[in-house]
Write a protein that binds this ligand. Structure first.
Ligand SMILES: [Zn+2]
Ligand SMILES: [Zn+2]
Length: 377
């Protein structure tokens, strides 16, 4: 029996994880009902929820996922520290463990060693895999992260940090915004419990839903799908087929209008120097891949083998034309922008010189007039 098969046969229930995942939604519902009956609800509680959902959720998508797992860009230590602290409050393990699982998911998608392979069922990919411990769950291929002092510190104190940022912090915000013990409980229920459950299942839906429903514009090599709707609640992670095909890209929604808050967040921080080296896959690579995948889908319905060869040759021509045109187009657009810039810069400089010259000429004129005046006197 292979090593892999023996591992798959003996999963043990992870009592801590399983009870956590089952009890938190129950606690959230009971807490919400109790809090509503006792204290009602104002706009403050949903605002605390939104703030906590945003900060902990983005720390998973932009931090754990695009920065730490895929190294699609680099980030300065204040941002890495922010991710480490807030993502701990999402209770999805330490960055080092999360990224080890995730890198394995990309490397071995849909295989038995994929920790959340959807081939083992929707529930398994969604949350079942968290509720059992497998012997195969070693932390591996994350040596780069194990050298980051922030992530070493986070790993060591993960539950303490999570308790502070994920439970005490929303409680404190509630205490300050709503006042007293009731306020603390409001923050805890809305920003702690309810938010935790929502972030959990949002993330889980990427592993389950985005491997079951949606389209495959870029690759049919694995089960990953583009499910645009899911991007609304996961800060842009719904473009999962794109992501599996081009995992080095810091964007998941690569078009400017694709709803991808993580992409805008990372880009925004580059303007103040907190993120750098944002990696983008060239447009010609993305579009030619889309053309080839569309062809592959159409090709499946063709039975005439000779015709297929001809179509493939034509496809090559189309792909080559598309690649070279897009490459040229993008280069020329950049050149055009730069050239226009220098052209306008020169024009501005010449007008500025004109203004100076006018004042200099005028000063000379005044001097001439004054000397004329004094001579006349
Ligand atoms: Zn990924
Ligand atoms: Zn995936």
């Amino acid at each position: 029996m292979s090593e892999v098969a023996s591992v798959v046969q003996k999963p043990r229930v992870d009592i801590v994880n399983a009870s956590f995942l089952i009890s938190t939604p129950i606690l959230a519902i009971v807490g919400m009902v109790w809090y509503y009956m006792e204290h009602g609800v104002s706009w403050t509680e949903p605002a605390i929820f939104a703030f906590m959902y945003f900060t902990t959720g983005l720390s998973i998508t932009a931090g754990y996922h695009r920065l730490f797992s895929h190294r699609t860009h680099s980030a300065a230590w204040p941002l890495r520290l922010f991710y480490a602290v807030m993502a701990a409050g999402a209770f999805q393990n330490s960055a080092i463990k999360w990224c080890s699982d995730h890198r394995r998911h990309h490397l071995l998608t849909d295989s038995e060693r994929d920790p959340y392979s959807v081939v083992r069922g929707f529930f398994w990919a969604h949350m079942g895999w968290v509720m059992v411990s497998e012997e195969d769950a070693d932390v591996e291929k994350v040596e780069d992260l194990q050298n980051d002092p922030i992530l070493i510190w986070q790993e060591k104190h993960i539950f303490k940090i999570g308790a502070i940022s994920g439970i005490i912090l929303p409680g404190l915000i509630g205490y300050l915004a709503l006042g007293g013990f009731a306020g603390f409980m409001g923050g805890l229920v809305w920003g702690g419990l309810l938010r935790l459950v929502c972030v959990h299942h949002g993330t889980f839906l990427i592993n389950s839903g985005a491997h079951v429903w949606g389209t495959q514009p870029y690759s049919m090599e694995n089960t990953s799908k583009d499910l645009h709707l899911l991007s609304l609640i996961t800060f842009g992670e719904g473009f999962h087929n794109f992501h599996h095909t081009f995992q080095a890209d810091y964007r998941n929604g690569h078009k400017w209008y694709h709803w991808d808050i993580s992409k805008w967040w990372i880009k925004g921080f580059s303007w103040i120097g907190l993120t750098k080296s944002l990696h983008k896959v060239p447009q010609q690579t993305i579009e030619s891949r889309r053309m080839k995948t569309t062809f592959e889908k159409q090709e499946m319905s063709i039975t005439n083998k000779e015709a297929i060869e001809e179509y493939r040759t034509s496809l090559k021509d189309c792909v080559n034309l598309l690649r070279s045109s897009l490459k040229g187009l993008n280069e020329k657009r950049i050149e055009y922008k730069q050239e226009r810039k220098t052209l306008i810069k020169d024009e501005i400089a010449s007008f500025e010189a004109g203004v100076k010259q006018a004042w200099a000429d005028f000063a000379a004129l005044l001097t001439a007039m004054k000397s004329e005046q004094s001579m006349a006197a």
